[in-house]
Each structure stands twice: as structure tokens, then as C-alpha cells.
Ligand binder design. Structure first.
Ligand code: NAX
Length: 332
């Protein structure tokens, strides 16, 4: 697939909600090679809804003004069938943000239908090998809806993002231990991208030491867990806007590891369960994963203690409720 001079053949990367806050940070990471590699040219296929098209024009002007050597083309459209055409990778970011008056079920109801249409378009026009990451919330259930509406694409190609939660957990541990984030490995998230998710420290290491020896249980099951679970809200309070650059960074990490491999490290990805760890089949659930040769492999057989089991059960219960709430959008 090389074009000589070490450069590969260009790939098509679709981003929805491209004129939004996350899009504004994410597109520059993709364009600079942080995600797909510095020898991998990309054509950006950017989707917005009609009210976002003018903002998208401005974003495209700025992308052009950045003169990225790896960007071989940019398409801006409000048509999913154009944005997803032959796409090799898709970032489903666009959706309605939660407003103060909405609870989680309102959010599920408001955003679910978007992912029916986008799932169908992916099924119709994307590359059969496409890798899809869902960021728009509620991301696990939105991924489930998109996957259910794309029956010709294997379900393992639909994922949802819990990498931001993992990165938040790593950040907390690094700060407490006084080491850089690069010294923390194999901490991962179980469940839903919501405040029920569980950052599991039991297999993590801190500068080569077992995380559960470095930190006491009171901190791990108390302030650590609470800080990670409520970080999104804390950012909104402090910044007056939801996480955007850190979310874009996490989406870059997720897709980079999927595309280029996780080097044997455990990473968090939510994907349709095949019954792993007793999680009902089809629920989009975050598991410990390794990425190799473009595939996501769930790490099976890790021991689950009673605390972890109770958190897994809590997340299963919430995701089953969400699935029931959107059952008419699942096409069966
Ligand atoms: P913004 O409101 O800034 O941008 C969203 C963009 O999506 C807007 O430009 C809007 O016009 C567009 N859009 C809406 N419906 C669309 C559709 N049907 N097709 C294409 N585009 C559409 O939100 P932003 O801060 O970028 O956040 C985007 C989503 O990420 C939200 O749902 C948010 O809740 C979610 N997040 C998910 C995170 C995760 O860890 N999974 C963390 C960050 C973030 O909260």
C-alpha cells in the first residue's frame, strides 16, 4: 500500500459533528498524523447538520490554512451517504448535548434516531472494513443503535469511547504517585461511559509496581473512583463547557491503538458483548482489550472480585434499561 517515499495510499476518515467543540480539537490531531501515523495520508469527510454548515465552512478554511502535508482532500457535507462513502474510519461525534432540563432518558430519546440514520448510511456506503468509534452521548447505546442498523458490518467494528475515563484514571494515579502518565499501565474501564463506570486498578502498574500495592483501597474505592466518575461534571463547572480537547485526545488514542496496535497494553474500549464476563450479548460494554493487526481482542479470564462484579452488574443494569428505551430503534 506504499506510494514510494514511505507514504501509504490515502484513507478516508469521516467525522460527524465536525464543527463542534470536540471536532475542532480532533480534526487537527487526525490531520497531523497523531492517529493514523505520520506516513498515512487522509481524506477528511466531515458531516454536519444544516445549521452547522456555515461553521463547518470556517473549520475547513482553517484546516486548509494549516497546510497539513498528510491531508489529501477535505469534503464537508450534511449528507451521511457522502460523508461515510468508502470511509475506512468513522468518528461519530455529532449529537445533541445534554442540557440542564434533560435527564439521561431524554438524551437517549433525543439522540437515538440520529444513529439509526447514520448506521444505515454506514451499512450502505462505508468500507466493509470500517472502524467506527462513537463519542456522542450516550455513546454506548448510540453505538448499539448504529451497529444494529448496519447488519452487513461485523459488530466488532462498532465501538464506543471509554478511553477518556481511562485517561482520567491514569491522570489521577500519576498525580498521586508523583510520576508521569507514561509510567501507568493497564488500568481500564468496565461498563458504560456514565458515572457508573468502573476504573479497575487491580491489574494496573505504577512504574512497574502493582497499583493496588501503591495506593490504598480507601483511596481507590473512594476519592479515586468518585473523581473519575464525576470528572465530566467538574470540567463543566470549572470551564463552563464540557470536555473537548481531552475527549478529542482520548478519541485519537482509541483509534490510534485500534489502527496501529496497543503494543500489548490493556486499553478500554466499549464494544458489543459476545457474552464476555457474563455481560449479555450485544450490550455495548467497556472491557479490557488489546489491539493487534487492526483487531480488538477482549482480554478474557481476568479474575473478578466481589467489588468489580457489583460494578459490572450495576453497569449491565443501566445499559439494559437504555437498550429497552431504544428497542424500537434496533430494527428487530
Ligand atoms: P458540540 O455541541 O460542540 O458539537 C456537536 C456538533 O454536532 C454540533 O456542531 C452539531 O451541529 C453537530 N450535530 C448534531 N447532530 C448531528 C447529526 N445528526 N449529524 C452530524 N452532526 C450533528 O458538542 P461537543 O462538545 O463536540 O460534544 C459532542 C458529543 O460528545 C456530545 O454528545 C457529548 O456529550 C459527547 N462527549 C462524549 C464523551 C465521551 O467520553 N464519550 C466526552 C466528551 C463529550 O461530553
Amino acid at each position: 500500500m506504499s506510494e514510494g517515499n514511505g507514504m501509504k495510499k490515502s484513507i478516508r476518515v469521516a467525522v460527524t459533528g465536525a464543527a463542534g467543540n470536540i471536532g475542532y480539537a480532533l480534526l487537527w490531531r487526525i490531520a497531523s498524523g497523531d492517529c493514523f501515523g505520520t506516513n498515512q495520508p487522509v481524506t477528511l469527510q466531515l458531516l454536519e447538520i444544516p445549521p452547522g454548515m456555515q461553521r463547518l465552512d470556517g473549520v475547513i478554511m482553517e484546516l486548509k490554512d494549516s497546510a497539513f502535508p498528510l491531508v489529501h482532500g477535505i469534503v464537508g457535507t450534511d449528507e451521511p451517504n457522502i460523508a461515510f462513502k468508502e470511509a475506512d474510519a468513522i468518528f461519530l461525534v455529532g449529537s445533541r448535548p445534554r442540557t440542564k432540563d434533560m435527564d439521561r432518558s431524554d438524551l437517549v430519546a433525543a439522540n437515538g434516531p440520529i444513529f439509526v440514520g447514520q448506521g444505515k448510511a454506514i451499512d450502505a456506503v462505508a468500507s466493509p472494513n470500517v472502524k467506527v468509534i462513537t463519542v456522542g452521548n450516550p455513546c454506548n447505546t448510540n453505538a448499539l443503535i448504529a451497529c444494529a442498523n448496519a447488519p452487513s458490518i461485523p459488530s466488532r467494528q462498532f465501538t464506543a469511547m471509554t478511553r477518556l475515563d481511562q485517561n482520567r484514571a491514569v491522570g489521577q494515579m500519576a498525580e498521586r504517585a508523583g510520576v508521569s502518565a507514561s509510567k501507568i499501565h493497564d488500568v481500564f474501564i468496565w461498563g458504560n461511559h456514565a458515572n457508573t463506570m468502573y476504573p479497575d486498578p487491580r491489574f494496573g502498574t505504577v512504574d512497574g509496581k502493582i497499583a493496588t500495592d501503591v495506593f490504598d483501597r480507601e483511596w481507590l474505592q473512594g476519592p479515586f473512583l468518585d473523581t473519575v466518575a464525576t470528572r465530566g461534571k467538574a470540567i463543566i463547572v470549572a470551564r463552563g463547557a464540557s470536555s473537548a480537547a481531552s475527549a478529542a485526545s482520548a478519541a485519537t488514542d482509541h483509534m490510534r491503538d485500534w489502527w496501529q496496535g496497543s503494543n500489548g497494553r490493556i486499553v478500554s474500549m466499549a464494544l458489543p458483548s459476545e457474552g464476555w464476563y457474563g455481560v449479555p450479548e450485544g450490550l455495548v460494554f467497556s472491557f479490557p482489550c488489546r489491539c493487534e493487526n487492526g483487531d480488538v481482542i477482549v482480554v478474557e479470564g481476568l479474575p473478578v472480585d466481589s467489588f468489580a462484579q457489583s460494578k459490572i452488574d450495576e453497569n449491565v443494569a443501566v445499559l439494559l434499561e437504555e437498550r429497552d428505551a431504544v428497542s424500537e430503534l434496533l430494527g428487530n
